[in-house]
Design a protein around this ligand. Sequence first.
Ligand code: SF4
Length: 348
Amino acid sequence: MAETSLSRILEKVTSRNQLSGDEIIYLLQLEGDDLKQLLNQADRVRARMLGNKIHLRGIIEFSNNCRRNCKYCGLRQDNLALPRYSLAAEEIVAMAGQGAKLGYRTIVLQSGEDYYDAEKIAWIIREIKGQTDSAITLCLGERDYQEYKLWRAMGADRYLLKLETADPDLYHNLHPDMDYQQRRERLAWLKELGYQVGSGNIIGLPGQTEETIVQDLLLFKELDLEMVGIGPFIAHPGTPLADFKNGSVAMTLKTVAITRLLLPLSHLPATTALGSIDRQGRQQALRAGANVVMPNITAAEYRSFYQIYPAKICINEQAVDCRRCIGGIIAALGREVAVDCGHSPKMV
Ligand code: SF4
C-alpha cells in the first residue's frame, strides 16, 4: 500500500478506533519513517485522550510458587533450579505501606499461580485499603469465582489476567496444563464482578505469526479491556523455550501503538520486560502510546527470585531508588507523575 494508504488507515483508526485484519498486518509491517508515523500518531492519541500524566503502579511480587508449567516462564513448577519464596501477609501489607509513602496510588499484588489462601488475600486487601488511599490491582492467575468475588467485595479494584496469545492452538501448545476457554471464562467473570480488567500478550513467542498478533489485537478490542500489557518474549534458560530468540523491540512497540489506536482510553504499561531487552525500551513505549509504569516495591532480597525471564532490570535496587529513577525518566520525557489512582476513565 502507498503512503496515502498509511495516512488513510491512521485517519480511519483515529476517528473510528477500528481496523480490519489486513490493515493491522499492514501496520505491523511498517518500517523507517512510516513506522515513526504510526508511533507518533499513537503518542498523539494518548496525549489527547489521557493527557501528559504517567500512572505509577507499585508492584509486590509476593510469591514465586507456581503450580503451572507455561513453557516460556521461569517460575514454571518444573524449573527446580529456582529458589521459591512466599511472603507473610503482614510483610505484604508493610511493603504496600512503603509503596503508598512513595506516592504509588496503585498497589499491584502479583504471584505465580500459588495456592496462597484466599482468606489471607482478602485480609491483605482489606488492610491495604484501610491503611492507604491506594487502589489495588490483583494479578494472581486463575482462581474460583467465589474467590474473585470475595476479593472484589474486600475492595480490590482491578485484575490482570494475561492470555499471552488469542490463538487457541498456540495457547494450548504453550500452556500444556491450561485451557484457553477456561481463561476466557475467567476474564468474563472478572468483568461481571466489576473489576477493571487487564490482559495482554507476549510478542515473539515461538509459533507466533503476524496473523496471531492480529487475533490478539482484535480480541483486546472485542473485550474492551481497561488495561493491556504487551511485552517481548525473553528466552529463559530454565524453560523448554531456552533456545529460541527473543521477541523484537520494534514489533512490541508497533503492537503497543496499534492497541492505543484501537483502545484510546485503556491503560497501557511500558513493560519492565521491554526495558530489560532494551535500556530505552520503556521510554520508547511511553512515546508510542503507553501511559503506565510498574516499578517494583518488593523487598530487594526477593526480587532476583521472581524470574519470569532472565536479566530483568531493577532487581538490585530498593523501592526508593526505583521511585527516584522512574521520576527521572518521566521528567526527561517532559511528562508528569499522576497523583490520582488512575482508574479507567471509562469507569469514573
Ligand atoms: S506465566 Fe504465570 S502461571 Fe505460567 S508458569 Fe509463569 S507464573 Fe506460573
